[in-house]
Write a protein that binds this ligand. Structure first.
Ligand SMILES: Nc1ncnc2c1ncn2[C@@H]1O[C@H](COP(=O)(O)OP(=O)(O)OP(=O)(O)O)[C@@H](O)[C@H]1O
Ligand SMILES: [Mg+2]
Length: 397
């Protein structure tokens, strides 16, 4: 998507003085960083290289270490081990205001008694930037955030979205190589959030600034990022683009966190290419990846959008490779799609989603047959899911 701007940003600049590693300005390298609070390890040996001009998201559940990682890049926290470099220079011991990095927080923390322009100018005044330069840069930053017409207002006279734009302008006025954003859109309602997502993305590709964007909203991460780092327990579980984390999640944890999944638990069967669970023998496409060993505990996953549903016609056998029979418990209209909840047994339901124009003729209470292709099935070792307290693959709905 913004691959072109990434390449431009990398090739069009020369390494900063003191940069012996050939890391372009705007490159962020997190090198085996650990951060502990007492007995708790918030970030655990995390390594991540963020390319200059890249839009990267840190995505993960509450407490997985996203904010701590960001605060260490910004300089508000010091790592207990490891190194952080921006533009090829180690930042250990460098105070926040001397880093080529700015942060936009969820709580915008604007000064209420100052006007919008004064809020944006504040940081530059502290650095004793010449007045004429401040004026020019404040106007530029307000333009970028589309807030020029609001320069004289007080924060209390602005909407939430407008306040967030001022917070953005306040960061951009420093012209940083790297912008850190910690759930900046979390306080906005859905429609405004989607507008701001688009705008932020456009702004980022236009300016070529490296964006490190923290969110626990998977849709936001999928729609905006060049790459997504899925975090788990202070480390990175998978680092890849949106297509890859969606279609080829590295683990059941990632599969469950990105999009929605129906999970079937059981024993690996048919040489490891299938999972034999109570309500279905779920076959994957061969070769299965990651491979299961015959007989070991396994998890098969299939997304709701890959499952078909139809009324069960007597006891005619379906010729699909993967089928499950059940009772339709509920139907919800989601706009573009219809969602069906099917009870397979006391302990398991299946979620099915079909495009609304293709909605099948089924009613609540009907006996139904669900089917899906082996190519839509992901197989995982079961212990992968149960190995930490933070995640257990749900037995579906
Ligand atoms: N100042 C602190 N003192 C003690 N523990 C902390 C501190 N800051 C964070 N932690 C702990 O470190 C872990 C990671 O916290 P962090 O704020 O990085 O999570 P997060 O991924 O940003 O979560 P959220 O999505 O809820 O914002 C948590 O277990 C948290 O309780
Ligand atoms: Mg956080």
């Amino acid at each position: 998507m913004t691959q072109a701007s990434t390449i431009e940003a990398e090739s069009g600049t020369t390494p900063a003085p003191g940069n012996s590693r050939g890391e372009a300005p705007g490159t962020v390298v997190i090198d085996a960083v650990t951060k502990r609070y007492g007995d708790a390890t918030a970030v655990d040996g995390l390594s991540l290289t963020i390319k200059a001009g890249e839009f990267i998201s840190l995505l993960g559940p509450s407490g997985c270490g996203k904010t701590t990682t960001l605060r260490m890049i910004a300089g508000f926290e010091q790592p207990d081990a490891g190194d952080i470099r921006v533009s090829g220079r180690s930042l250990l011991g460098v105070p926040p205001y001397r880093r080529d990095v700015n942060t936009v927080f969820q709580a915008y923390a604007l000064f209420p008694h100052m006007s919008v322009a004064e809020n944006v100018a504040y940081g530059l005044q502290q650095k004793r930037t010449p007045k004429s330069e401040i004026r020019e840069r404040v106007i530029d930053a307000l333009d970028l955030a589309q807030m020029r017409g609001f320069a004289d207002r007080k924060p209390t006279q602005l909407s939430g979205g407008q306040q967030q734009r001022v917070a953005l302008a306040r960061a951009l006025v420093n012209r940083p190589s790297v912008l850190l954003l910690d759930e900046p859109l979390g306080a906005l309602d859905r429609q405004l959030r989607e507008e701001m997502q688009l705008e932020l993305k456009l702004l980022q590709s236009r300016l070529g600034i490296t964006f490190v964007f923290v969110t626990h909203d998977q849709g936001e991460a999928l729609s905006m990022s060049d790459r997504i780092a899925i975090m788990r327990n202070g480390g990175i579980e998978q680092l890849a683009d949106a297509d890859t984390v969606y279609a080829r999640p590295a683990s059941a944890y990632v599969a469950a966190f990105v999009g929605q999944q129906n999970f079937f638990r059981g024993r690996a069967a048919e040489g490891g290419g299938a999972v034999d669970s109570t309500h279905a023998l779920v076959r994957g496409a061969t070769p299965a990846s990651p491979a299961l060993r015959e007989g070991e505990a396994g998890l098969a996953a299939v997304r709701p959008e890959f499952v078909r549903i139809e009324a069960a016609a007597g006891d005619a056998a379906s010729d699909a490779v993967n089928t499950a029979r059940g009772t339709l418990l509920g139907v919800s209209h989601l706009g573009e799609t219809m969602q069906y909840l099917v009870r397979l047994g006391d302990d398991q339901s299946l979620i099915v989603r079909r495009p609304t124009p293709e909605a099948p003729q089924v009613s609540v209470g009907d006996a139904v047959v669900c089917s899906w292709r082996p190519e839509s099935v992901l197989l995982f070792p079961a212990d992968d899911a149960a190995s930490d307290g933070g995640f257990v693959a749900p037995p579906t709905a």
